[in-house]
Design a protein around this ligand. Structure first.
Ligand SMILES: NC(=O)C1=CN([C@@H]2O[C@H](COP(=O)(O)OP(=O)(O)OC[C@H]3O[C@@H](n4cnc5c(N)ncnc54)[C@H](OP(=O)(O)O)[C@@H]3O)[C@@H](O)[C@H]2O)C=CC1
Ligand SMILES: O=C(CO)[C@H](O)[C@H](O)COP(=O)(O)O
Length: 479
């Protein structure tokens, strides 16, 4: 009898191909399949010597090449293509077989698919994978959902190919059904917020100090040796130091300033709204990308009045880069605090019991937001799993305390010079709103009651109340 594969990968574009190679490099026999045959042939031709691959050219051949219970990883475009692939393979599978969707699926789709396939006796495991092309090959961060039972067989395999930090795999069972894809979605939302804050830091250093991109690259390199040490800061320095070969200009100056998005950040914000979790850092990052892409609106508005970017001088200029570093770190804490609160809220809504410390731990390596900072986030949620917000935890509280003057002065300088900093500003506003003794929400409640008899609660008595605003007496009743 010919050798069978312990796992199969269908969808061999950049991510699937490298995930399959990673599995093979770790000694697993991998069955290969792709809708168009050429990708399968290319993989075997170029990388066939890296391990044991079984190339297949039909769904039936693919399924037949797998050991039972079969484990199939789907790595295709999210949405309809994923449904098409499931519809093709599910009828060929048997009870106990496992389908892993490792694409960037919406968690609600994952819940629907998991419920449908469970009826058929199949395990459907929605799995977040982060790390891009290189991560998929050398060790991504892996966020599997699905049943506990499916993790018994898949877990060791995924942990084996995941990134390791201090010998600890960047993979853990997140929770049932859509939990893995939910956490991956929030990971991407945080990725958006982090990238936006870094981009604003660049704009501030350029606008307020008049630095060239190559000089700013050096600032980021320095930051990357401290508490901001992270993959995103590291690649930012690389991008800023890069010179365009065709023009000799800084690369960043020849790229169209219109940021695109595939949708996971937008989903994070949509779900944040549904759950009622204020994830303003992620929302501003998504809106900043949308605004950057609104070419017509921007063209029509370019001549509007406002200050010009006159570089700072003297002592203010000397301390500005350090101020931005402190403001960036404080704003980053806010962005992560909001993202983790969204995971907490999602877990409560869908009954997932997600271990936030474990989530932070598997994001320390492999993924796009990997960072030294996540060691401290892991420690904070491990010590106190129900932590209401990262901002109140030990070292983070101390960091925002120490950042106060810098954070406020950076936002004030940005406002004065007309440098848009939606990420920094919203982070500070969120922070101030959290720590406020009283919020103007009381007035909003009064307005709502005035125009719509929507009622309000009082600080001194239980119950709901309504004031007869249309009468002269303005009598108050229990509602
Ligand atoms: N690129 C990245 O950095 C990351 C991507 N992801 C996610 O991983 C998944 C794969 O991403 P990536 O490798 O970039 O590839 P793409 O998202 O570009 O998807 C290409 C793959 O999907 C297949 N496909 C498309 N439509 C269908 C269909 N109707 N039926 C069957 N197969 C179909 C293609 O087959 P064919 O060759 O025949 O066209 C090809 O194998 C996506 O869900 C993506 O969001 C996750 C993390 C990072
Ligand atoms: O999943 C990822 C990393 O974890 C992708 O890199 C992410 O989808 C990129 O998103 P966008 O194109 O919207 O910036």
């Amino acid at each position: 009898m010919s050798k069978k594969a312990s796992i199969g990968v269908t969808g061999l574009a950049v991510m699937g191909r490298n995930l399959a190679r990673n599995l093979a490099r770790h000694g697993h026999t991998v069955a290969l399949h792709n809708r168009s045959e050429q990708r399968t042939r290319d993989l075997v031709e170029q990388f066939g010597d890296e391990g044991d691959f079984i190339p297949t050219y039909s769904a039936q051949e693919f399924v037949d090449a797998l050991e039972r219970p079969r484990q199939i990883v789907i790595m295709v475009k999210a949405g309809a293509p994923t449904d098409a692939v499931i519809d093709e393979f599910a009828p060929l599978l048997e009870e106990g077989d496992v389908i892993v969707d490792a694409g960037n699926a919406h968690f609600a789709d994952t819940r629907r698919r998991e419920a449908a396939l469970r009826k058929q006796g199949l395990h459907f495991v929605g799995t977040g994978v982060s790390g891009g092309e290189e991560g998929a090959l050398h060790g991504p961060s892996i966020m599997p959902g699905g049943s506990k039972q499916s993790y018994e067989s898949l877990g060791p395999l995924f942990e084996d190919i995941s990134a390791k930090v201090d010998g600890v795999p960047c993979c853990t069972h997140i929770g049932p059904d859509g939990a893995g894809h939910f956490v991956k979605m929030v990971h991407n939302g945080i990725e958006y917020a982090d990238m936006q804050l870094i981009a604003e830091s660049f704009d501030l250093l350029r606008g307020a100090l008049g630095h060239e991109p190559a000089q700013i690259a050096d600032v980021f390199r320095t930051w990357n040796t401290g508490r901001l040490d992270s993959y995103l800061i590291e690649i930012t320095a690389e991008v800023l130091a890069h010179t365009d070969a065709a023009t000799g200009k800084p690369f960043v100056d020849v790229v169209a300033d219109q940021a695109e998005q595939k949708g996971t950040g937008r989903w994070t914000v949509q779900i944040g709204l549904d759950l009622g979790v204020p994830i303003s850092g992620i929302a501003e990052a998504v809106f900043a990308r949308s605004l950057s892409g609104s070419a017509g609106l921007r063209a029509a508005s370019r001549g509007l009045p406002g200050p010009s970017r006159t570089p700072l001088t003297g002592a203010a200029a000397e301390t500005f880069a350090d101020d931005v570093e402190r403001a960036l770190y404080a704003s980053k804490i806010v962005a992560y605090a909001q993202g983790f609160n969204q995971i907490q809220a999602g877990g409560a809504e869908y009954g997932w019991d997600i271990d936030l410390g474990a989530v932070a731990r598997i994001w320390r390596g492999g993924c796009i937001i990997r960072a030294k900072f996540l060691d401290d986030v892991t420690a904070a949620y491990t010590a106190e799993p129900g932590l209401p917000t990262l901002l109140t935890s030990g070292d983070f509280r101390k960091a925002v305390e120490e950042a106060q003057d810098s954070w406020r002065s950076v936002v004030a300088t940005a406002t004065r010079l007309g440098i848009p900093t939606p990420g920094f500003s919203t982070a500070l506003a969120y922070y101030d709103a959290l720590r406020a003794e009283r919020l103007p929400a009381a007035l909003v409640q009064g307005q709502r009651d005035f125009f719509g008899a929507h009622t309000y609660r009082r600080v001194d008595r239980e119950g709901s109340f309504h004031t007869e605003w249309a009468t002269e007496e303005r009598a108050e009743h229990s509602a």
